[in-house]
Design a protein. Structure first.
Length: 149
């Protein structure tokens, strides 16, 4: 009778439809992407102090300008603009000559948009314009030379 019960239970469960896992929301997926990928360079708190930025590691990454460290989202000038569309473009296209690859072929647009929001939120209310007025020393020299005085 035990064997009959096991067979009957197996037949019952084999007839039940398999439910697909619910899709992750773009914001949850973006948070996981940042934690598992972006934070290795940009750090968990967005300060550009991820695990691979240690000199022994950073100087050995092939094909990058080792003098350009990952962006500290909390305090530094955003080279390509600090608006959400500008940050999305940077995430999509990457930054040539740096470790920042483009991700347009890897992550869907909704996830990239949420990644841009994560990046922008690290900064709070700080803007490039405020940095220009109050902290010009945080602007890379090549950009500072092009700004109106």
């Amino acid at each position: 009778t035990l064997l009959l019960g096991v067979v009957a239970a197996g037949a019952f469960w084999s007839q039940r439809p398999v439910l697909a896992k619910p899709a992750k929301s773009p914001s949850l997926e973006a948070a996981e992407v940042f934690a598992n990928n972006c934070s290795s360079c940009h750090g968990a708190s967005g300060r550009g102090d991820g695990t691979v930025t240690q000199p022994a590691v950073w100087s050995n990454i092939e094909g990058i300008d080792g003098s350009r460290k990952p962006r500290n989202y909390t305090a530094e000038w955003f080279r390509f603009g600090d608006s959400e569309p500008a940050i999305i473009a940077t995430i999509r296209n990457g930054v040539p000559g740096t470790a920042m690859n483009g991700f347009k072929d890897i992550y869907p647009a909704p996830v990239i948009r949420e990644l841009a929001r994560i990046v922008r939120n690290f900064r709070g209310k700080l803007t490039n314009e405020q940095i220009r007025r109050e902290h010009p020393e945080r602007i890379p020299a090549d950009i500072r030379a092009m700004l109106p005085h």
